[in-house]
Design a protein around this ligand. Structure first.
Ligand code: DQA
Length: 147
């Protein structure tokens, strides 16, 4: 069996469903996890879906992905806009990385327009809500099949 796709979620995403639903939608993170697991399983892939509020945890998980993951989907939440350390960790990966955001940060405050994740990402999906995670799985599978 091939290695799992790591799906890494950063701070405050544990509050999805309650947190600013007009921006992030009403799906909880657990419901997104279930949709993503079902979608990946149907396509013959395993996922390892995680959330943390800690910057260090995200970096540890990215480092772990170097050996243990086939690809990474990352929604780093607000660390997207602040974390050089996360960028440095992501730059060590030689597997595909898809950056996901539920909202479209480019339609929002200016400080959300810059991403420290993007320079290390193969691709970026934003503004599609929970569906973005499913499209990110599809994109990774396409990349695996073409490599
Ligand atoms: C987010 C966008 C970020 O700007 C924000 O800090 C988040 C969520 C998104 O999924 O739309 O926490 O990453």
């Amino acid at each position: 069996m091939s290695k799992p796709i790591y799906i890494l979620n950063g701070p405050d995403l544990n509050l999805l469903g309650e947190r600013e639903p007009e921006i992030y939608g009403t799906d909880t993170l657990d419901s997104i996890r279930q949709q993503v697991e079902a979608h990946a399983t149907d396509a013959g892939h395993k996922v390892d879906f995680r959330q943390t509020n800690g910057e260090g945890d995200l970096i540890d998980w990215v480092q772990e992905a170097r050996e243990k993951a086939s690809g990474v989907i990352i929604n780093a939440g607000a660390y997207t806009h602040t974390s050089v350390a996360l960028l440095d960790a992501l730059l060590t990966l030689d597997i595909p990385v898809i950056e996901v955001h539920l909202s479209n940060p480019f339609k929002r405050e200016e400080f959300r327009h810059h991403s420290y994740v993007s320079p290390a990402a193969t691709g970026l999906i934003c503004g599609l809500g929970a569906q973005g995670y499913l499209r990110a799985i599809d994109a990774l599978i396409e990349l695996f099949n073409n490599s």
